[in-house]
Ligand binder design. Structure first.
Ligand code: MRU
Length: 366
């Protein structure tokens, strides 16, 4: 998508130095646009764990490039297997991380001799496929927005989204935002309610910035405002992303997503989840019971960072020094609260039957 009017991806190999992978340091957005260079696997693990990059598909793409950098350092398959396990432990909830690492390892074990070339082509393929998958998610979800726009006879379609499931969370396009961007390209009037998404404020910092760069009307709201806006008829549609979807259609996403789904259910607002197929964990029968939920540092709750008038970024404490904080980073929305899943193969019911209808090759994968 666009940054200062120019097309930009979230991750790429430096064209002049194939020993260097480049990312956008998302910790500094929206205040500063800084490119960060990654030179080895340790730096990649830090970038994922400390959320220079985040969002399930981008975590997967970054991990794939991490394996490429690991092969660059040495190409012993046993050592690489151990490093792959360390990389997979960087963040537990987004299944794209393990999916991408396993995919690169499988390619490395496929019998070829030039492991570096294999790792590079697999990482490039994962990134290019992600762009295409996300573009297709946009095509699938566009009909939902177009139908609403038709019903509203040109009045703006109000879409609520949580966290950042935009292009910054993927290689390009985003998942929840891809239908939005494609609706904009077709001239549909839109207005996006952007949940700020405490504690790390991915909505206020990242989604709002993205939408602004694309020229899409939006308003940032506190996380608690969504239910009220839905009751007042000010939300036509909710579209969120997911970090892991179980085969029964339960969906893990950023903490607070479940509360939005409950409010949408109560008020009759359609609640859709956009997901690329690598986010589906076919090995899990039930998301509510089996998806591991990341617990992050309580400091993300007790402190908040922002931009000062002298253009520095500062962090301040907002709780009593003695108060303890608990910080579960994700929650699981049960399938029964979800109107549908938007995938690169189309839209389906949030159920095993629905998912298998779109991905029949997974019928025996349990
Ligand atoms: O903790 P984060 O910022 O990695 O969480 C991101 C989300 O929860 C996104 O909604 C999800 O990864 C879907 S991204 C297309």
């Amino acid at each position: 998508m666009l940054v200062n009017g120019k097309p930009q991806r979230t991750i790429w190999l430096n064209p002049r130095n194939p020993a260097c992978v480049e990312i956008i340091d998302q910790r500094l957005l929206p205040h500063r646009f800084v490119i960060k260079q990654l030179h080895n696997l340790d730096e990649v693990i830090i970038a994922i764990r400390d959320m220079y990059v985040r969002g399930a598909p981008l975590i997967g793409a970054t991990a794939a490039w991490g394996m490429y950098l690991a092969v660059l350092a040495q190409d012993d398959l046993e050592i690489l297997s151990r490093k792959a396990e360390c990389l997979k432990a960087a963040r537990p909830t987004a299944v794209n991380l393990a999916w991408a690492v396993d995919r690169v390892m499988k390619r490395l074990r496929s019998g070829g001799t030039d492991l570096l070339a294999l790792a590079r082509s697999e990482a490039e393929a994962i990134c290019d496929e992600d762009v295409e998958i996300c573009r297709k998610i946009g095509e699938s979800g566009l009909s939902l927005i177009a139908e609403t726009a038709e019903r509203k006879q040109g009045e703006p379609v109000n879409i609520l989204t949580h966290c950042n499931a935009g292009w910054l969370a993927t290689v390009d396009w985003g998942t929840a935002t891809s239908p939005i961007y494609q609706a904009q390209q077709r001239g549909i009037e839109l207005h996006i309610w952007v949940d700020e998404t405490r504690p790390r404020n991915q909505g206020a910092n990242l989604t709002a910035w993205e939408l602004g760069e694309q020229g899409i009307a939006h308003s940032v709201i506190v996380d608690n405002a969504g239910g009220h806006l839905m009751q007042k008829g000010l939300v036509d549609l909710v579209i969120v992303g997911t970090d892991r979807t179980a085969r029964n259609g339960d969906v893990a996403n950023k903490i607070g997503t479940y509360l939005k789904a409950l409010a949408a259910h109560d008020t009759g607002v359609p609640f859709y989840v956009a997901l690329p197929s690598p986010t589906i964990d076919w090995s899990l029968d039930s998301g509510c019971q089996q998806i591991p939920i990341e617990e992050r540092d309580g400091r993300e709750v007790t402190h908040i960072s922002g931009y000062l008038s002298d253009e520095s970024i500062a962090e301040v404490r907002i709780t009593p020094a003695s108060s303890r904080a608990v910080n579960p980073a994700f929650d699981v929305t049960p399938a029964r609260l979800i109107s549908g899943l938007i995938t690169e193969h189309g839209i389906c019911a949030a159920s095993e039957e629905g998912l298998l209808g779109l991905f029949p090759e997974q019928v025996n994968n349990d």
